[in-house]
Design a protein around this ligand. Structure first.
Ligand code: IMP
Ligand code: MG
Length: 172
């Protein structure tokens, strides 16, 4: 297996600071619930929240999404839920990567049913070439090509999450 560096530790840190600054501006004087989607977003969420200056509650959820009968449907099962009731709260859902968009779209719908004051979507990476489910990201670090990436929380078969940079995985 070979790994080509896609985004270095420095590039990631610089971009996260910029995105956190947008959040700090947008939520000035307010509190925000940060909801990281496990497992992939654990490192991104940890680095992002350390640059967030507004008061926040940090929690995680885990979900698995499945394709439905057609490509335009799907279901998501929440395997681990957040602790708090988010009714009336400002929520930011934090993902590692939006690929087909299925997970983000379905989680967004589930969280909206709970009546938050606001819900925004944040992702470290976005692969527009593979998008099947319309999702509007409010905060995005990097748009990427149609390549399989690993590291900085992202895995291949459960491995490589601990790599400090984002790399392109190839089988040779
Ligand atoms: P979705 O297709 O947008 O629902 O993405 C589902 C999940 O697939 C993401 O949250 C990631 O965990 C995983 N995934 C998609 N593309 C990649 C990749 O390039 N590397 C590692 N995981 C990926
Ligand atoms: Mg994921």
């Amino acid at each position: 297996m070979a790994v080509e560096v896609y985004f270095s530790e420095e590039q990631i840190a610089t971009r996260i600071k910029e995105v956190a600054d947008m959040i700090n501006k947008d939520y000035a004087g307010q509190e925000v619930h940060i909801v990281g989607v496990l497992n992939g977003s654990f490192i991104f969420t940890a680095d992002l929240v350390r640059q967030i200056k507004v008061p926040c509650v940090i929690d995680f959820m885990a979900a698995s999404s499945y394709e439905g009968g057609t490509t335009s449907t799907g279901t998501v099962t929440i395997e681990k839920d957040i602790r708090d009731d988010i009714k009336g709260q400002n929520v930011i859902l934090v993902e590692d990567i939006v690929d087909t968009g299925r997970t983000m779209k379905l989680l967004k719908e589930k969280l909206l049913e709970r009546g938050p004051k606001s819900l925004k979507l944040c992702s470290l990476l976005y692969k527009p070439a593979r998008l099947e489910f319309e999702v509007e990201l409010d905060y995005l670090c990097f748009e990427i090509e149609d390549k399989f990436v690993i590291g900085y929380g992202l895995d291949f078969d459960g491995k490589y999450r601990e790599m400090p940079y984002i790399g392109i995985y190839s089988d040779d």
